[in-house]
Design a protein around this ligand. Structure first.
Ligand SMILES: O=P(O)(O)OC[C@H]1O[C@](O)(CO)[C@@H](O)[C@@H]1O
Length: 582
């Protein structure tokens, strides 16, 4: 088993006494702060990211503050039915796909109710007013502002467990796929826009990721943690999820819970969804990694990447484990023009499969065979969908043997699937939502329902000229040595010219000098037990990484070296690095 660290954290220096854990301590600190403000009338506001458990917040925090007046901001918006109606264009009737919203919370405020609420607050001369809920800061300027936050993977888990409804929706028990759609196309976009405006206004950050186990940190300590994060190498907190095709490799090799039937995914380098652990003395605070992107896009991404993508982290690293599992669906991702025109998303899911490990008969499905009858293939896919007839993939789709350290490049529009018995490091563009399944091998999903297949989107996306000749010439193991030095070589492994990500693999037994060139780098240690990342000018503390860990080097860092460490000293090890071509 490797020494893969499941709980990477950043120790924030100088703020050991500025964080609190559990409701009693948090209420104690807030009461102290309220007294410190010293006003006759004090307004305390808890602005919440959608997904915070409101019942818990009310019972354990709001009701514990000695208020003369409380206001639940979510009541000031239009009704759930009205909000749902207003966003119907973005939701569409499709189970999975919608259209990106550019709304703000203020678009949904009922001005009459807002006015009334503001008047009621104005009439109070004395005592504590507590205002809480999503978008609370739109009501008025508070004396004390707390921002209650949580990571996207936790929100998704709550949707999957029917634990929470969407914001302004009575749909706790609705199909999780539909709830996630509403999150993805609507509420997370709106909430991130709102959150971004609050960084400098907030007094405390409240971590609500764990049920009944909140943590709170002062804003200056929290902002210092974000600043420290983007000035050193860092890892996001990985999370693992089972799936219908999931396998056994990660359980065994990374030491995951053996009682879980399988693990399909590890999301270990996806700032949009993963979280960060920041340590302040005894308290470990978990925040969405996205906050570092929103707060410090320039330092983290670099000027050119920020200029092109805005405050979005454009690269994602995740594992797909099919060891003793099954095939992924046969699928295709939309070309950029399709994703823009249809879903309002500005770039698309470009991807690649880096094979970390492969077992017997491991294979990858890639592109169509030469000279196939396209119309016949479409008809066969349609019949498999309509009548459940087995789709004859061998007639139409190429298969390639998958070996350890192969790299398959998958420009959008290429039909593909990962077959059984491999552990793939998927290096791709961040928008991961637009997978059009063409055929799911006749099986049901984990919820006992067929997984959604989208033939029309799929047919509109397939690039039919990606046949066997093209695939073999262009996207299978396009490895080329580009540089070498004392104890190292550097290879370019991809991606394809149509894709904006460049990947470089290093094999090394001695230090390798890298430079960010003001562009964020994302790495994985693909071979070897341990490596160390160091600053030639001591601008950050040495950072140790283990086999299979993904780590991020902010653009701001400039030069850094990576060399074998611990048991790997004297051995040849390997990294793969991804960055945006600029
Ligand atoms: O639809 P499936 O079979 O679950 O496969 C999903 C996976 O496919 C991918 O698109 C990889 O090709 C991933 O982004 C995603 O995690």
């Amino acid at each position: 088993m490797s020494n893969f660290n499941m709980y990477p954290e950043t120790n924030v220096k100088g703020y050991d006494e500025f964080a609190w854990q559990n409701y009693d301590n948090i209420v104690g600190e807030l009461n102290k702060a309220i007294t410190g403000i010293g006003k006759d009338k004090t307004i305390v506001m808890i602005d919440c990211y959608p997904g915070v458990r409101m019942e818990e917040l009310e019972t354990s925090l709001v009701s514990k503050l000695q208020s003369v007046h409380t206001l639940f901001v979510d009541d000031l918006y239009y009704s759930s039915e009205q909000v749902t109606e207003m966003i119907q264009f973005h939701m569409t009737s499709d189970r999975v796909f919608g259209r990106m919203s550019v709304h703000n919370f203020s678009d949904f405020l009922d001005n009459a109710r807002l006015e009334e609420a503001r008047n009621a607050i104005d009439r109070i001369d004395n005592g504590l007013v507590v205002i809480y809920g999503v978008g609370a800061n739109l009501v008025c300027e508070p004396d004390l502002l707390i921002y209650a936050d949580l990571a996207r993977w936790e929100i998704t888990t709550r949707f999957n467990n029917n634990d929470i409804p969407n914001w302004k929706a009575d749909n706790r028990d609705e199909d999780a796929v539909r709830k996630i759609k509403r999150g993805y196309f609507f509420e997370w976009r709106v909430a991130d826009r709102h959150k971004r405006k609050l960084f400098d206004k907030v007094d405390y950050l409240l971590d609500t990721n764990s049920n009944n186990d909140p943590k709170m940190v002062t804003n200056s300590a929290y902002l210092s943690g974000l600043e420290q994060t983007v000035n050193q190498p860092f890892r996001v907190v990985p999370y693992f999820a089972p799936g219908v095709w999931g396998g056994q490799w990660m359980k065994e090799k990374l030491g995951l819970d053996p009682s879980v039937e399988n693990y399909a995914w590890s999301f270990n380098g996806v700032p949009e969804e993963n979280s960060l652990y920041l340590r302040f003395g005894d308290v470990r605070v978990e925040i969405p990694a996205l906050n570092a992107v929103l707060r410090h896009p320039l330092e983290l991404l670099g000027d050119k990447v920020y200029g092109r993508f805005g405050a979005e982290f454009p690269i994602r690293f995740n594992f797909l484990d099919t060891f003793e599992g099954g095939n992924l669906s046969l699928q295709v991702h939309p070309p950029v023009s399709y994703v823009q025109q249809t879903f309002g998303v500005h770039y698309t899911q470009e991807e690649s499969y880096y094979v970390m490990d492969a077992g017997e008969n491991a294979n990858v499905y890639l592109g169509v065979k030469n000279d196939i009858d396209r119309e016949a293939m479409k008809e066969d896919l349609q019949r498999s969908y309509d009548e459940g007839i087995h789709f004859d993939d061998e007639k139409y789709i190429n298969q390639y043997e998958a070996k350890k350290h192969d790299h398959f490049l998958i420009p959008s529009g290429t039909i593909h699937s990962q077959g059984i018995n491999s552990l793939v490091l998927e290096i791709s563009a961040t928008p991961n939502y637009f997978t059009f399944k063409l055929w799911d091998w006749g099986r049901l999903g984990m919820d006992g329902m067929p997984r959604p297949v989208h033939l029309e989107h799929g047919f509109n996306s397939i690039q039919w000229e990606r046949d066997e000749t093209w695939i073999s010439d262009n996207i299978v193991n396009q490895v080329e040595q580009v540089d070498e030095g004392d104890g190292w070589i550097e290879e370019k492994t991809g991606l394809h010219d149509r894709q904006f990500i460049e990947t470089r693999r290093h094999w090394f037994s001695k230090p390798v000098l890298h430079h960010t060139n003001d562009t964020v780098h994302v790495f994985n240690l693909i071979e070897g037990e341990e490596a160390i990342v160091e600053s030639p000018t001591n601008t950050f503390e040495p950072f140790i990484v283990h086999y299979a860990e993904t780590f991020i080097i902010p653009a701001h860092i400039g030069s850094y070296t990576i060399r074998p460490h611990g048991n790997s000293i004297g051995k040849e090890i390997g990294t793969i690095k991804a960055y945006v071509r600029t």
